[in-house]
Design a protein around this ligand. Sequence first.
Ligand code: IPM
Ligand code: MG
Length: 339
Amino acid sequence: MAPKIILLPGDGIGPEITGPAVEVLGAVTRLEYEEHLFGGASIDAHGTALTEETLEACRRADAVLLAAVGGPKWDTTDPTKPRPEQGLLGLRKGLGLYANLRPVRPLPALYDASPLKRERIEGTDLLVVRELTGGIYFGERTRTADSASDTCVYTRAEIERIARVAFAAARRRVTSVDKANVLETSRLWREVVSGLAADYDVPLDHLLVDNAAMQLVANPSDFDVILTENMFGDILSDEAAMITGSIGMLPSASLGSGGPGLFEPVHGSAPDIAGTGAANPLAMILSAALMLRHGLALESEAAAIESAVDRALSDGLRTSDLGGTASTRDATDAVLQQL
Ligand code: IPM
Ligand code: MG
């Protein structure tokens, strides 16, 4: 039986980039799909960004492919109103997806599309390993009319399991990023990560997050694996995306221990260009490739998609985020043609 994939197109450009990913997947393998409303679309239909039924369907699937959530329609500072992002956080937590992998590998064809100078980005091939189900994203919150608080909690076990993912993925070294000069959670983080280093044959360094933000644009090719907590990983991965020229290029995989993984682009729902047919579908297509590799153990099919994307870009494919005029349809056709 074909593996069962839950598709969550979500909001904004989400539906427009989901179709292309399914087309590209169809060119390399046979999968069975079930589509569910998610994020703002689910709020409109059901009053909540993630229904119990959708979460259950995801739990039973082999993998979940998600496009993007959110948009001005659901933007609110009212803490009692549902938000599309709650769906994403609920899904990550509900599936126990503690390890978020965000590879950043600018293609030579795109070196000149990056705002950074070619000499700086040449040879960059890094992986952000972001802890995804702990920290300030999931700590207790309080709110009164005049004050608010968010709590950041990490346990030794949470730090250990994500650090092991980073050490296992590293080839040259692990750079653990924290704010140990200020935060207690970061001091525990540093202690736990340092304690594990002896189990692996990979050098480890520690960087404070502010310095890491600077080094990431100053010397991106020095990094191999960046291991960090939830919030720092969120921020640094957007920064790292620009090394590839556009956030429209970055895929991600979120994995837990054994159950279905979640695969999604790093970018958001881009409401400003939704419906124009101009969205870059490549991060979504590359997320589908990560799904084949990490979610379904279909390595050669994953590599075929990645190499088709590389070749399409080398042949000059440029969507508007990369300074070109190719539409979503053109980009999809260019990848399909290479496949
Ligand atoms: C991401 C996004 C999410 C996050 C938002 C939409 C909740 O920015 O996946 O990086 O902060 O994790
Ligand atoms: Mg983010």
